[in-house]
Unconditional design. Structure first.
Length: 491
């Protein structure tokens, strides 16, 4: 028996005005289209591909891991040319891997392109129609996927991450492989919930989402239930079929227990008034920064400009508010921003800078320039390589700002360490992330100082410029017309 495998991971924020081009993968992320290269990469990373290959090869299956495209950071929509290159390459590599008995596709589920809101559904449809593949297709997704009808129609079985911050990449790949090995055929059903949950309240280990995840595990104990995915959608997408989802895969003989699915969906929807953003106001943040934290640096989480959620990384809000205190802080505060012009000015020897959007004018001393490349060493994305492109470190009093050329996943101390800084000894570190800092810095929630500001990832959803059908979901609509909708597969 033989399985072909491919992985395409990208997350879109349709409120981010900057489209993503192919360099997001080829320079800032991972792009591999040769089987030997994919195997070598998978062996050294905590990834879905790694987990699937381990399980399949232990079962004695032949494997053809044929393609990996992973972004260095989420962004806006994929450009039309970028999406065509990804889709065409993935389909060509899958076709070349044939014949095979099972296809496993590790996708994100919240990737949009110019002209295509549902890129993953588009790829699944092309596999079935253009390649003519009719065998078993197993789909793995991110916890924040926006599950669509095309995913329901074209995938036979579905699994997804069960953690946020995401820490179960390999485990998700293992579950996908076990679905590939499972005897018999499957049925699927989906509960689509008309609600957007703040990502800051969607952690797996505490709070409201953890209760839903626990209940999903209980539902999996029912006869015939193989997998239950709980998907609090990435909320910054102005697309059709937008909403939170529960996806149940069962054996075809037993069918989906709709009562259990509907009850779980209702329990989740009924939580909506208790969801929290966990934001901290700046007077409180400044009071915390008056003293060192013995457990490690305070984590300043710029949630609205979270590059991990597709924002641009251009906001200098923390720099603006901390500059007046630069000489009075009791320790180093490490900041960062995506600003190629500031990088170039630093390389040219400048001492006065205009940084960010909105712009902040300030003076500083350049202490480092170069290429910023690093491997995550925290408890998420462990071993995966990232690049911030050309970068510079500029110092002003106790502030040390990293200006870089590319947005990157930054909630890991290796980001600052690769440019010569010491995050673990600092008073505070800035991350442009909502929850990734928890495993990245091995921190508890009490060390996190989450704040709002300019950016495409505000958790004040009502102020975001939704124009499409998402305006009918909570909290944009206080009382959605159809809060829960059930979809069923034909098989």
């Amino acid at each position: 028996m033989k399985a072909a495998l491919a992985q395409f991971i990208f997350e879109s924020n349709t409120f981010s005005p900057e489209p993503a081009h192919i360099d997001v993968f080829k320079k800032g992320g991972v792009w591999l289209d040769a089987e030997d290269d994919v195997r070598a990469w998978a062996a050294g990373t905590d990834s879905q591909m790694h987990g699937s290959l381990d399980v399949l090869e232990a079962a004695g299956w032949q494997t053809a891991p044929c393609f990996v495209a992973m972004c260095g950071s989420p962004a806006g929509r994929l450009s039309e040319a970028c999406f065509h290159e990804i889709g065409d390459t993935l389909l060509a590599r899958v076709k070349a891997a044939g014949p095979f008995d099972v296809l496993i596709l590790h996708l994100h589920g919240a990737a949009c392109a110019v002209g295509e809101d549902d890129t993953e559904g588009h790829i699944l449809e092309k596999v079935r129609t253009e390649l003519g593949y009719s065998g078993r297709l197993v789909l793995s997704l991110d916890l924040h996927a926006n599950f669509t009808r095309r995913m329901l129609d074209y995938a036979d079985a579905v699994t997804a991450y069960r953690t946020f911050p995401h820490m179960d990449f390999s485990a998700t790949g293992e579950r996908a492989a076990r679905l590939a090995l499972h005897p018999g055929s499957f049925s699927r059903a989906v509960a689509k919930i008309a609600a957007l949950m703040p990502p800051a309240d969607s952690t797996h280990f505490e709070g409201n989402l953890s209760k839903i995840i626990d209940r999903a595990r209980q539902l999996e104990r029912e006869t015939g239930v193989v997998e239950v995915c709980t998907l609090p959608v990435q909320p910054w997408m102005d697309v059709d079929e937008m909403g939170t989802s529960i996806v149940v895969t069962t054996t075809a003989e037993e069918g989906v227990p709709l009562t259990g699915l509907e009850d779980l969906a209702q329990q989740w929807y009924d939580q909506r008034d208790a969801w929290q953003s966990h934001l901290t106001d700046w007077p409180t943040i400044l009071s915390r920064l008056e003293y060192m934290n013995n457990d490690g640096p305070w984590v300043l989480a710029d949630t609205a400009d979270a590059t991990a959620g597709g924002s641009s990384g251009h906001s200098a809000e923390a720099l603006r508010l901390l500059l007046p205190l630069k000489d009075d802080l009791p320790g180093k505060v490490l900041l960062w921003i995506v600003d190629p012009d500031t990088v170039q000015a630093a390389r040219d020897g400048a001492t006065c800078f205009t940084t960010g959007d909105p712009a902040v004018q300030w003076e500083g001393r350049v202490v480092w320039t170069g290429e910023g490349n690093y491997r995550a060493r925290g408890k998420a994305y462990t071993g995966q390589a990232f690049s911030m492109g050309e970068a510079a470190v500029i110092e002003a009093g106790q502030l040390q700002l990293v200006a870089c050329s590319y947005p990157a996943i930054t909630a890991d101390p290796a980001f600052y360490e690769c440019v010569g800084l010491a995050p673990n000894d600092a008073l505070a570190v800035l991350v442009k992330s909502i929850g990734g800092w928890l495993p990245g810095y091995d921190a508890d929630r009490q060390r996190g100082l989450l704040f709002d500001g300019p950016g495409a990832c505000s958790m004040n959803f009502a102020n975001m410029p939704f124009t499409g059908s998402a305006r009918g979901v909570f909290p944009l609509a206080s009382d959605p017309e159809q809060p829960i909708e059930i979809w069923r597969s034909e098989a």
